[in-house]
Ligand binder design. Structure first.
Ligand SMILES: Cc1ncc(COP(=O)(O)O)c(C=O)c1O
Length: 282
């Protein structure tokens, strides 16, 4: 891009974007056209929530375990659209089973039939609870609710098959972040790289938050050309980084190694701090 900007912008960037998109779609098992690059999960969530066609009375729901900026995005969206409300559903510890979580969501939908969007955390933060994703997505659809999955930590740590999952929206950050000395976001792309999956039936209303030259074109083209945004994290890296993810052994090997390490660390920290484990089903 720096050496020959004209070549980059006019000829090459879109080819690289498509190659990365193809590799990422292959990794997450979805159609290439349904997956675009965005800076991060927060941008993905903001994009979808702030574009959605609402009617007065619609409800955006999230839980007490939802990542706070995502909760704030629901609140800010409700402020933007007249008559739209947000609700925070309480999930308390101890959590005895997946059934308990599903029942809470179902009770909420039964008593709030105007729920338009439910935020589903794939892995909550900072509590690190792996949610029963597929069951919650199916439940949303049974009650006519749009399932918007915050997959921030999921890709690279859990097998993700977006076609089987059937969520309306799934968004993830892939750029590594070191927060409080803990590494999160697991595909190790450069920072400023994330992905947004949008089910085909929603393509007509999802647009980048920054309107630009490709307004009105396909989802893929609109998200490719967002003004002079730096495209390098999207266009070159996901492909490269997915290759190295596979080269070091792929999902099974990485999870196998990381899980035993996590169990060992868990036991060590509990002992050192004389603490109780989080009351969740393991
Ligand atoms: C569960 C969860 N959702 C969303 C995010 C936001 O990710 P980003 O800051 O990359 O947009 C995070 C960040 O750590 C997170 O833990």
């Amino acid at each position: 891009m720096e050496r020959h900007p004209d070549d980059w912008y006019r000829r090459n960037a879109y080819t690289y974007w498509q190659e990365s998109q193809e590799a990422a779609a292959d990794f997450m098992h979805c159609e290439q056209e349904d997956l675009v690059f965005v800076e991060n999960t927060t941008t993905g969530i903001n994009t979808v929530l702030k574009c959605c066609p609402y009617k007065p009375g619609d409800i955006l729901m999230y839980t007490t375990l939802t990542f706070r900026p995502v909760a704030y995005t629901c609140q800010a969206t409700a402020d933007l659209f007249k008559g739209v409300q947000f609700f925070e559903m309480e999930i308390e510890f101890p959590i005895s089973s997946e059934d308990e979580i599903c029942e809470k969501y179902e009770d909420f939908f039964k008593s709030n039939p105007n729920t338009k969007i439910a935020i589903i955390d794939a892995i909550t933060s900072p509590s690190a609870v792996v949610m029963p994703l597929k069951r919650l997505v199916d439940l949303c659809h049974r009650y006519g609710v749009m399932a918007v999955v915050d997959g921030a930590h999921a890709v690279g740590t859990l097998p993700v098959n977006l076609t089987e999952l059937g969520a309306d929206v799934f968004t993830v950050s892939t750029g590594m972040l070191m927060a409080q000395a803990v590494s999160t976001k697991w595909l190790f792309t450069p920072r400023g790289c994330g992905m947004l999956y949008v089910k085909r039936e929603h393509h007509t209303w999802v647009h980048p938050l920054v309107t630009c030259w490709c307004h009105g074109l396909s989802l893929d083209k609109q998200f490719f050309q967002v003004a002079t945004r730096d495209q390098t994290p999207f266009t070159t890296s996901p492909n490269m980084h997915l290759n190295s993810y596979q080269r070091i052994g792929g999902m099974d090997k990485i999870i196998g190694y990381a899980s035993s390490l996590a169990t060992e660390a868990h036991e060590y920290i509990l002992k050192k701090l004389k603490a109780e484990p989080l009351q969740i089903p393991l």
